[in-house]
Design a protein around this ligand. Structure first.
Ligand code: FAD
Ligand code: UDP
Length: 378
């Protein structure tokens, strides 16, 4: 069959590859001048540093099949994300661990002592935390919440933590040992030559044709048996019902001679520092050596019509609009909506790949009967 894929990010590339390997004729249209979607990496011409153009990406997963898949297309180098945060005039280790707790309180507690101590700080009257603020106060108490989460979260999301769901904080652990690895997944690493090189290789198959700088046109879909659309769900319908809310990011680039901050990611916990974090990209490739350095200050704000959508907001209002778009999508024949934009969800790369592989399997079994959503956006 002739299949059209909209978007050459991970979703488009992984689905395209699997369908091409099964003998289908795959065309990919991508509006940007490069493949890779938001995972795109390129070398900074001045310093030679591999830069994560749309924000830092660290690969982490427990899914052995997905780990084997990415290693089939690129060598993954060992990389552990060890995030620091600046707050109240000091640098602390994240996620909150025994070092953070001992430093913050000026103590030398052992794990069980720290656990008991944090329980005295935590608000134990909260039995079923609903909001981000309640979750933080139940987990670590007000002092640590104010120092590390409150200001950062206001900057990141533009609203009070009392208006955000608890689920956002549930992504972060609190550890009563000195493990400062930001992620707890079994497999973690960084592609030796960047994500774009990996995604170019995924797309490198005789059955796949990629058209860059090409905007999807609904009329052009008529010549295909099926479409997989990884662009924004509301964009497919020309935003007719309104826009699904996103946060966008502004990256303020600066170069530095030498080592600017000594780590890849430095968060800023306080609200009066206008940016959320500074990333220094050469530290994402610790096996390379560069004199010069490229850093980005990262600012978060509401996404306008001309901005890049990064984080779906998914509050009550957005979910109601999402439900309306889902209805429209389910009435549309011959199109399957995929990926982080097509299903309006925050998706890590490993989840994106897992869903793309599963979606391709459904198409191989059901062909044109493949539904609008293989994975529910709700
Ligand atoms: P995208 O990468 O967005 O690809 C969609 C593609 O479709 C884009 O290239 C776009 O240009 C194209 N497109 C859209 N509309 C059209 C159209 N109408 N016509 C033609 N082309 C179109 N995940 C991790 O696992 N680890 C991390 O550390 C991590 N860090 C992240 C940091 C940030 C700031 C963000 C926002 C995300 C991060 N992620 C991370 C998630 C990761 O970016 C996603 O998993 C991944 O990008 C999803 O791939 P996708 O193909 O679904 O979407
Ligand atoms: N967060 C915070 N302080 C930090 C890091 C994270 O308050 O120093 C909050 C913030 O609200 C963020 C959430 O925890 O959205 C989840 O953190 P994660 O690092 O997973 O953020 P993301 O990858 O979504 O940027």
């Amino acid at each position: 069959m002739k299949v059209l894929l909209v978007g050459a990010g991970l979703s488009g590339a992984v689905i395209g590859r699997k369908l091409a390997e099964a003998g289908h004729e795959v065309t990919v249209v991508e509006r940007r001048s490069h493949v890779g979607g938001n995972c795109h990496t390129e070398r900074d011409p001045e310093t030679g540093v591999m830069v994560h153009v749309y924000g830092p990406h660290i690969f982490h997963t427990d899914d052995a099949e997905v780990w084997d898949y990415v290693n089939g297309f690129e060598t993954f180098m060992p990389f552990k994300n060890r995030v620091k945060t600046t707050s109240q005039g000091q640098v602390f280790s994240l996620p909150i661990n025994l070092h953070t707790i001992n430093q913050f309180y000026g103590k030398t507690m052992r794990p069980d002592e720290a656990k008991a101590f944090i329980e005295t700080q935590a608000d134990t009257t909260i039995t079923d935390p609903q909001t981000f603020e309640e979750q933080a106060q139940r987990l670590v108490g007000n002092d640590l919440y104010e120092a590390f989460f409150k200001g950062y979260t206001i900057k990141q999301w533009g609203i009070q933590p009392s208006e955000l769901p608890a689920s956002i904080l549930k992504r972060l652990p609190v550890r009563f040992n000195y493990d400062d690895n930001y992620f707890f997944h079994k497999y973690q690493g960084m592609p030796e030559n960047g994500y774009t090189a990996m995604i170019e290789r995924i797309l490198d198959h005789d059955g796949i044709t990629v058209h860059l700088n090409t905007e999807f046109d609904r009329d052009a879909a008529a010549g295909f048996d099926h479409v997989f659309y990884s662009g924004p769900l509301d964009g497919y319908f020309d935003f007719e019902l309104g826009r699904l809310g996103y946060r966008t990011l502004d990256f303020e680039k600066f170069n530095f001679e030498g080592d600017y901050q000594g780590c890849a990611v430095m968060n800023y916990g306080e609200v009066d520092v206008p940016y959320t974090r500074i990333t220094e990209h050469k530290h994402f490739s610790p096996w390379e050596s560069h004199e010069g350095s490229v850093c980005y200050r990262e600012f978060s704000r509401d996404c306008g019509p001309d901005d890049i959508p990064y984080y779906p907001i998914r509050q009550v209002k957005e979910k109601a609009l999402l439900a309306e778009y889902i209805k429209r999508a389910e009435e549309t024949r011959g199109v399957t909506f995929v990926g982080r934009l097509g299903t309006y969800r925050y998706l890590d790369m490993d989840v994106t790949i897992r869903e793309a592989l599963d979606t391709a399997d459904v198409f191989l079994a059901q062909g044109k009967q493949t539904p609008a959503f293989v994975i529910s956006p709700l």
